[in-house]
Design a protein around this ligand. Structure first.
Ligand code: IMP
Ligand code: MG
Length: 179
């Protein structure tokens, strides 16, 4: 693909790691049911692959929050665009995210979700970009630590496109600049 400058995480590496995470989650939640809370739209691809490797009963729910608009820098403004359909009171909730960057989105979400009294609330993110962190949040499951670069693919978009690409890549500068 013409937009790809460098592949950061290959499809094989993602799938291998997702299997490991699924196994760890299945062991940690043995004897329980989990609600996977997908943060749209970035977490969708990861949720689908991850769920296949979880062996305890899994339900899904979806939430959409916006922090970025279409820019490539976090605005710090978080807004619930779509809320959960089901109550999470008394449930074991695992948030499934594509990437944690500044942490602003997640820290807002976690506060909001805690007030709804789940039995437990944990975070699983495919990618962690610690260099840019502005608020400290405990992450329970991390797929990969990534460098402080703008990344695209496997859920991550550039202007809403390329979320479907099965690997994570750095786009060519000229694409970002001329967009
Ligand atoms: P945070 O609030 O800064 O942690 O960022 C949260 C959201 O910003 C993520 O869930 C992504 O949707 C988006 N995001 C952060 N870094 C990137 C990136 O490198 N590429 C694409 N989207 C990103
Ligand atoms: Mg996201």
């Amino acid at each position: 693909m013409d937009i790809v400058d460098r592949i950061i995480i290959s499809e094989d590496d993602i799938q291998r790691r997702v299997r490991e995470l699924g196994k760890a989650i299945s062991q940690d939640y043995a004897g329980k049911e989990i609600t996977l809370l997908c943060v749209l739209k970035g977490g969708l691809m990861f949720l689908c692959d991850l769920a296949k490797h979880i062996t305890v009963p899994v339900a899904y729910d979806f939430m959409s929050v916006s922090s970025y608009g279409d820019a490539t820098e976090s605005s710090g403004v978080v807004r619930i665009v779509k809320d959960l359909e089901e109550s999470i009171e008394g449930k074991h909730v695992l948030i499934v995210e594509d990437i944690i960057d500044t942490g602003l989105t997640l820290s807002y979400l976690v506060k909001n979700l805690h007030s709804r009294n789940p039995a437990s609330l944990r975070i699983c993110t495919l990618l962690n970009k610690p260099a840019n962190r502005r608020v400290d949040i405990p992450i329970d499951y991390v797929g990969f630590e990534v460098p402080n670069e703008f990344l695209v693919g496997y859920g991550l978009d550039f202007k809403q496109f390329y979320r479907n690409i099965p690997f994570v890549f750095v786009p060519k500068k000229e694409y970002i600049q001329n967009a």
